[in-house]
Design a protein around this ligand. Structure first.
Ligand SMILES: NC(=O)c1ccc[n+]([C@@H]2O[C@H](COP(=O)([O-])OP(=O)(O)OC[C@H]3O[C@@H](n4cnc5c(N)ncnc54)[C@H](OP(=O)(O)O)[C@@H]3O)[C@@H](O)[C@H]2O)c1
Length: 344
């Protein structure tokens, strides 16, 4: 990964691919040895070891391994605070979400070189901190004894809070997992974070993490998952379900459908949207409903528009039927053999 927060160079709009190349080659080798498992493909909403959705006043939640309730729908922040819109509009969009009960915000020290965290800080200012669920991420090259605490404290300052609900290793780098785990556990013991997790980890990474002392303290894995990219369903999600680790699905809208041709124009997606049009569902929301249909998944769509935020909130009142899920699966099947972890 070439992004250097401290160097001031402009951000690449790709997260982590370079550092992952070696591991993807390993995955490829593993793939050749593995037999296809068609069973994992036939259970789009498998019942995992993760407690099912609990309907709280307005927000569905799931339980993290330590029993903490985590909202299942949150707000992403990548590409906010990059000047695409006036900051006031982006702050208003986040506040629209907050006002309507969306309390989970996902950010990272990387996003807009810390400015996304500052934007979130402005959006949450004056709110009851105990009602928020704030997630941030540490760069891989900061995820060790030398820099993690410094990175974490800088994130806390920008967010205007004294703790994170969840702190994630953004993707794997060269710092040993054992050292990252030790630093995460120390930050937790010191009250600076409530839970820690990882991101862009494939099955082999998760196994390695869990074989590391303290690694089974990991609370979530944040990976790319959308209707057009279902590789995680092959062996990663079954492994995570068996270990009680929820998936935080990033790019749940396939970046407004741009990550896969034909998603939003798919006749099946459009038919399902039309069937729920009276509930304000559009093809974009069908993508979100697909991700949220799994009990073990949290979705963090990003928008800098209040109008889009309200549209995304509408999914909370809708559930896709078994027939609708089956139709989506026929149109966009999950792979029947291992594919490298998809990333943005
Ligand atoms: N861990 C990682 O490595 C990683 C990588 C990528 C992303 N993430 C996290 O996941 C979040 C979500 O991923 P993402 O932002 O890449 O992609 P996304 O949420 O799938 O899509 C975002 C795009 O969808 C548009 N959009 C949102 N709601 C819409 C609606 N109702 N109607 C029409 N367009 C809509 C947004 O534009 P508008 O602003 O115009 O609405 C934006 O262009 C990120 O923000 C970030 O927090 C993590």
């Amino acid at each position: 990964m070439t992004v250097q927060k401290t160097s001031g160079e402009s951000l690449r709009h790709t997260e982590g691919k370079e550092d992952r190349e070696g591991e993807e080659r390993q995955d490829g080798q593993e793939r050749q040895q593995r037999q296809p498992n068609s069973q994992s493909n036939s259970r789009p909403n498998r019942q995992p070891n993760i407690r099912p959705i609990q309907k709280e006043p307005s927000q569905p939640t799931l339980q993290l391994p330590d029993g903490t309730a985590m909202p299942r729908l949150g707000m992403g922040t990548w590409h906010l605070a990059e000047g695409q819109r006036p900051e006031s509009q982006e702050i208003a969009a986040l506040q629209t979400g907050l006002d309507h009960g969306m309390t989970l915000i996902d950010t990272a020290e990387m996003y807009a070189d810390g400015m996304a965290e500052s934007l979130v800080g402005q959006a949450i200012k004056g709110r009851d901190r105990s009602k928020l669920f704030l997630v941030s991420k540490v760069y891989p090259h900061h995820a060790g004894r030398r820099f993690l605490r410094q990175s974490l404290e800088a994130s806390l300052r920008r967010l205007g809070t004294d703790y994170l609900d969840l702190y994630l290793l953004h993707w794997r780098g060269s710092i040993p997992l054992a050292e990252t785990v030790e630093c995460m556990e120390q930050a937790k013991a010191d009250g600076l974070i409530r839970n820690w997790g990882v991101s862009n980890f494939d099955t082999a990474d998760m196994k390695e993490l869990f074989a590391t002392p303290g690694g089974d303290g990991c609370a979530v894995n944040q990976d790319l998952y959308h209707l057009g990219s279902r590789g995680v369903e092959y062996d990663l999600l079954p492994w995570m379900d068996a270990h009680g680790i929820p998936l935080m699905a990033y790019c749940p809208l396939a970046q407004a459908g741009t990550l896969r041709n034909g998603l939003l124009s798919s006749p099946v997606v459009r038919q399902i949207a039309a069937a729920h049009a009276d509930q304000g569902i559009t093809p974009m929301q069908v993508l979100l409903l697909f991700v949220l249909h799994r009990d073990d998944t949290i979705a963090i769509p990003c928008t800098g528009s209040s109008e889009h935020m309200l549209a995304n909130l509408r999914v909370q009142d809708v559930t896709l039927s078994t027939d609708e899920m089956a139709a989506l699966s026929r149109a966009f099947p999950a792979p029947t053999s291992k594919v490298p972890l998809d990333m943005q």
